[in-house]
Each structure stands twice: as structure tokens, then as C-alpha cells.
Design a protein around this ligand. Sequence first.
Ligand code: CU
Length: 142
Amino acid sequence: MRKILFLAAALAPAAALAAPPAGVSVATPWARYLLPNIPAGIYLTLSNSSDAPATLVGASSPACGTLMLHESMVMGGSTMMMEVASALVPAHGSLAMAEGGYHLMCMNPKMTVGGKVPVVLDFADGSTLAVTAPVYGADSAP
Ligand SMILES: [Cu+2]
């Protein structure tokens, strides 16, 4: 009896969701949705109160099909965006993922304006952060 209880306790952590990254919190997550065939941007601000940097390496959402980590930049006078492998949230600092900079790109959006989409952020140390992003349309933002 004692042995069985011990095994159950040892297995429990593996069945649970990955822990959130230490000291990292999210503010003002939101999505901009236009049309089903136009990728939707997801924006948020990550803050890190810990002594170690946190590295965002990806994200997923059942409302997006593929959810990519993008960075917008101006090249030769026009704004381009490209997929990036990671984005750093500095120790005792923050990372604003906003229009014109880093953002999440929801390639096959299945959402409605006024609704909410769940997003899981994945960090390099294996930790994850679950976020709920309200959906805005073309002409509004939080
Ligand atoms: Cu993009």
C-alpha cells in the first residue's frame, strides 16, 4: 500500500501542465482580427521581475492553426515582417509585443470580434504561460 502511494505521488508532476516561468507575467493581451483568410496579430506585454532573463520561443492556440513568432521591421522604406526563433524578456525588464515590433501571427484565425482566444506561450526553459486574449476588429484596440 505504501509503495503504490509513493508511485502515484511521483507521477503526479509529469501529468500536470508545465509551470509558468518564474517572475514572468503578462499584461494587455489582445488579438486584431480582420478576415478568416488574413493572419491575425496577437499582442501583449511580458514583464519579468526575476533575476534571470526569460526567452519566449513560441506559442500555440487552438484558434490559430499555426501561431508564429514574428518581428516587424522597416527595410528600404517598407515594413516587412519575418519569423524569429525567440524573443528575450530581460531580467527586471519587459518586452512589449506590439504593432510594428514583435508579435504573434495567427495564420489561420478562427475567432470573432468581441470573443476571446486562449494562447499558450512557450519559454526556452520548458515553462509555459496561459493567456486569454480578447479579440478586437480593424478599428479598435484595448
Ligand atoms: Cu506577422
